[in-house]
Design a protein around this ligand. Structure first.
Ligand code: THU
Length: 160
């Protein structure tokens, strides 16, 4: 038996104000779409904004359903739109923000496991990293320079 160590390196910005102007713009797009989320059950609103290599910005938010599992997270709403409409255009960066209508969310809110798997699919397909910036409603912003930092031991098509 031997142990292996898996290390992820992330960057933490103290606040939105510390971001570069282009990342701020993407985060603002994510905040704007977040506030249009359809989340009557959780009252937890999530926004995702993707910057594509052609300059296009694709946004999405969470869409809930009375049959809970039929809903979809913001990240997948956005990335599937990008995959459907711009199948050959690489995704460079993703900005995520979440807000609760029940309390002040200041903790940077990362994509859930299912969304990490979905984002990984596109990162592997395009053979280029996708930068991910995530935050709560306010407070610190975390940057991962690739989805792979957030999902070690990924299940990918090499197993199929
Ligand atoms: N949600 C997202 O949109 N993205 C995530 O990565 C985590 C969770 C949504 C799903 C559901 O509508 C609400 O947040 C509460 O889980």
């Amino acid at each position: 038996m031997k142990e292996i160590e898996i290390k992820s390196v992330l960057q933490v910005f103290e606040s939105f104000d510390e971001l570069s102007d282009d990342v701020k713009m993407l985060m603002e797009a994510s905040m704007k779409i977040r506030d249009k989320a359809y989340a009557p059950y959780s009252e937890f609103l999530v926004g995702a904004a993707l910057l594509l290599e052609n300059g296009e910005v694709v946004v999405g938010n969470n869409q809930e359903n009375a049959c809970y599992p039929s809903g979809l997270c913001a990240e997948r709403t956005a990335i599937y739109y990008a995959g459907a409409n711009f199948p050959d255009v690489p995704i460079l960066r993703m900005a995520l923000t979440a807000k609760s209508l029940k309390y002040q969310l200041v903790t940077p809110t990362p994509p859930c496991g299912a969304c990490r798997q979905a984002i990984a699919e596109y990162e592997l397909k395009q053979e280029k990293p996708i930068e991910i910036f995530f935050m709560g409603e306010t407070g610190k912003v975390v940057k991962s320079s690739s989805l792979s930092n957030l999902l070690p031991l990924i299940f990918d098509n090499s197993y199929l």
